[in-house]
Design a protein around this ligand. Structure first.
Ligand code: SF4
Ligand code: SF4
Ligand code: FES
Length: 323
């Protein structure tokens, strides 16, 4: 048995203006999960502690919370793996969400972004065209299996730094789920789905890999790469800044081995977008001045680095599309 001290974030939006913390001690085997420790604390010490849970088996996606600063499923996290030497475990609500009561958060922004995707099959043909189900080949199904494991726990969303600075960003789970239908051979709305997720700021993803920490190994970061690739390959919304930016970055690195920032700005805004270029010139003037003073102004023309062929070989092996 171990003496576990659960240091719990407490807040009730109905009565509190600021949160406080309670330390609740429970004597339980250290091999049990953080969720079981919370259940014990609620049953034996303080019945008002609030948290979401259902399956206790990493299936329902309800119990995601911040445990010692890392968002994870409480039912998949053993106390012995996270407790400090004195048995303390800090539990907080998921970041990037508004707390409602203790560890329960308002999930509406997460569900709203998911709902915008129309996350259901919109088939190419009628049900009556099929005697039984719509069959999919094992090869076509392989692409969807991992992402179909998503349990909508929002762990990735809570971990995403772009969501924290720009709440309009669809977030990793929604984009991964968009991929699930974009790549479904039975679906009829591939282009519309790509356009929708682009509109929901797909291109803001910074590929920081934070969302790779997914309890179900969906790894949304790579599904986001796949959706961006699909948008470029299918040439959907090629007049938008996102795909143009991705292509011009790839192009300048392939040409010179370096990021040609001046060309990237022009290529992203659009060479013939005079209004946009004038605006960025004014906005960038102060920044440009500061960069020039610090000797960090990028040169207008960049010579290829000595081993640029090696960079080009990497691009070719990855089959990166460069316009
Ligand atoms: S992608 Fe992973 S972390 Fe994100 S909601 Fe789905 S299961 Fe949870
Ligand atoms: S890879 Fe993209 S979606 Fe994932 S956490 Fe980073 S910024 Fe967010
Ligand atoms: S209780 Fe269902 S995922 Fe943790």
């Amino acid at each position: 048995m171990a003496n576990i001290k659960l240091d719990i974030f407490r807040f009730d939006e109905a009565t509190d203006t600021i949160p406080h913390r309670d330390v609740v001690e429970v004597d339980i085997p250290e091999t049990i999960t953080v969720l079981d420790a919370l259940e014990h604390a609620k049953a034996e010490v303080d019945g008002s502690i609030s948290f979401r849970r259902s399956c206790r088996s990493a299936i329902c996606g309800s119990c995601s919370m911040n445990i010692n600063g890392v968002t994870s499923l409480a039912c998949k996290t053993n106390c012995k793996d996270v407790m400090d030497e004195d048995g303390s475990i800090q539990v907080d609500p998921m970041p990037n969400f508004q707390p409602m009561k203790d560890l329960v958060v308002h999930m509406d922004p997460f569900w709203d972004k998911y709902a915008r995707l129309k996350p259901y099959l919109q088939p190419k043909d009628k049900d009556s065209d099929h005697e039984r189900e719509r069959r999919v080949s094992p090869d076509d199904m392989k692409k969807l299996v991992d992402v179909a494991n998503c349990i909508m726990c929002a762990t990735c969303y809570a971990l995403c730094p772009v969501v924290s600075v720009d709440p309009a960003f669809a977030g990793p789970a929604a984009i991964a789920y968009a991929y699930r239908f974009i790549e479904d051979v039975r679906d009829s709305k591939r282009d519309e789905r790509i356009a929708q997720i682009s509109e929901d700021y797909l291109w803001l993803c910074a590929h920081c890999y934070a969302c790779s920490y997914c309890p179900k190994h969906v790894d949304p970061n790579w599904r986001i790469v796949d959706v961006k690739r699909a948008a470029i390959k299918d040439r959907v919304l090629m007049n938008e800044r996102g795909p143009r930016h991705a292509l011009v970055v790839a192009k300048t690195i392939k040409q010179t081995g370096m990021l040609a920032e001046t060309e990237v700005i022009q290529g992203t805004i659009g060479r013939f977008n005079i209004k946009g270029l004038v605006k960025i010139t004014f906005l960038g003037a102060a920044l440009g001045m500061r960069m020039a003073l610090k000797g960090k102004m990028p040169p207008p023309f960049i010579k290829p680095i000595p081993k640029v062929d090696e960079v080009r070989t990497i691009f070719e092996s990855l089959e990166v599309p460069v316009s």
